[in-house]
Design a protein around this ligand. Structure first.
Ligand code: AMP
Ligand code: GLY
Length: 423
């Protein structure tokens, strides 16, 4: 089978790595890919966020059998609908289903309608009314831009002033462009956060192994949120909580989407806050997580291509997902200054001898090649994933490798996975 992966981050590198081991893979392509992906796939630079016609032409011309979409933007913009209209096989939800991530207003109203536990909320398209609401509110709130905002559109506030500033930033200064035409203002929840992933072909549903990312930039979960500074798997979730999440959240969500004629197919990512063992939904994403993917696929025993193809083909019931018991950790190496301003074009050293080392997966995210040199090309530069017999060993291994890598301004958290260690 000829396969195309869309996207350019660490998640897509992890996808490509696992797909490259498939016994049914004939050739792997990536649009646009990155310097790491280029070692295992043919990378082509095409617009994949909006202009689907040249992408579909390319897929036709190369006789690509199956396209796997990594990031949310093309999904929310309807790439799956476009490809399917042209008779092309593609992994991911259609536009009407991708709304779960594309519009927070849609997602919150949907949850309310179907009784899916989430924080209480109000929707506003007028900033003055939003401010009035905040003035009257007793509890702390989170202000969320309705549309996509690259993971930065949720502002967690601790005072009325902060909440008012958040409304102004999103709705008046339009910090996230048109995504800020409306906002959701919801109660701020406390507890511990977990990410939950399930794949579905629209009929059967299978949860993936547990994993957890670390969103804040500094150790101890301090500082602003980022796309994710690292992840580990397994995460400490009691099996009864796992079942509760399936029963109270994942299944009602998929059934509700079916009722709304928005049948969901692909991977559903549910961000949850757990308080007193009661899960509440913080957000839905309609794609694999980054960097959760980097710790999930190294634990998967199955042929990933067979699994994803079964999701597309409606035969997921025939697949039995199997996992290695070993743990996995991914430490993200970022550019100094990220998630605010940072410089790129710094030479990366120390990656040379890592290819093929057992249990080590140096995933590239913001990396480009110039001649023989690898240069930083984004905020999150590399994700150093490692597997080990247990979480402690995986953490040690990932940090031993991370220490060997150098580029100017390199920054990483030093506590990735610690939350998952038993005291
Ligand atoms: P979201 O983009 O909705 O996942 O929000 C990003 C991050 O903001 C989450 O991972 C949480 O850490 C935090 N967050 C979002 N909603 C809430 C909430 N209602 N209460 C507390 N924290 C939240
Ligand atoms: N790990 C967070 C995300 O993928 O959005």
């Amino acid at each position: 089978m000829k396969v195309l992966v869309i996207g350019s981050g660490g998640r897509e590198h992890a996808l490509c790595c696992k797909l490259s081991q498939s016994r049914i893979l004939e050739k792997l392509y990536a649009v646009p890919g990155n310097a790491g992906i280029a070692r295992i796939a043919e990378c082509i630079s095409l617009d994949y966020e909006r202009n689907f016609s040249s992408l579909a032409d390319f897929v036709r011309k190369e006789r690509i059998d199956f396209t796997i979409v990594g990031p949310e933007v093309p999904l929310v913009n309807g790439i799956v609908d476009y490809f399917e209209k042209r008779g092309l096989f593609v992994f991911g939800p259609c536009k009407k289903a991708a709304c779960l991530e594309g519009s927070k207003v849609f997602a919150k109203r949907f949850m309310k309608k179907y009784g899916i536990p989430t924080a209480d909320f109000q929707v506003f398209s007028d900033s003055e009314k939003a401010v009035e609401y905040i003035e009257k509110k007793e509890k702390s709130v989170v202000v969320k831009a309705d549309g996509l905002a690259g993971g930065k559109g949720a502002l967690v506030t601790s005072s009325k002033q902060e909440a008012v500033d958040a409304v102004k930033l999103i709705m008046e200064k339009r910090a996230f462009g048109n995504s800020g035409k409306s906002v959701v203002i919801e109660d701020r929840l406390s507890g511990r956060e977990i990410s939950f992933f399930a794949i579905t072909d629209g009929k059967s549903v299978k949860p993936l192994v547990s994993s957890q990312d670390h969103k804040a930039i500094y150790d101890g979960d301090r500082g602003p949120n980022t796309g994710g500074m690292g992840a580990y798997s397994p995460a400490p979730i009691h099996p009864s909580l796992y079942k509760k999440i399936m029963r109270r959240i994942v299944l009602p969500t998929l059934n509700g989407m079916e009722k709304e004629k928005r049948t969901y197919r692909g991977v559903l990512y549910v961000g949850l806050m757990i308080e007193d063992e009661q899960p509440k939904v913080l957000e839905f994403n309609v794609r694999f997580g980054d960097p959760e993917t980097q710790v999930t696929f190294p634990r998967l025993r199955n042929d990933l291509l067979e699994v994803l193809f079964a999701v597309q083909g409606g035969t997921l019931d025939r697949i039995n997902l199997e996992w290695f018991s070993r743990a996995a950790v991914c430490v993200v190496l970022a550019s100094g200054g990220y998630p605010d301003k940072y410089e790129t074009g710094k030479q990366i050293k120390g990656l040379e001898n890592l290819a093929g080392v057992k249990g080590i997966f140096p995933f590239c995210a913001g990396v480009r090649k110039e001649g023989d040199r690898l240069l930083t090309d984004g905020g999150r530069v590399l994700g150093i994933a490692a597997t080990g017999k247990n979480l402690r060993r995986a953490i040690r291994k990932a940090y031993q490798v991370a220490e060997k890598i150098q580029f100017e301004g390199l920054y990483y958290r030093t506590d990735i996975g610690f939350k998952g260690l038993r005291p």
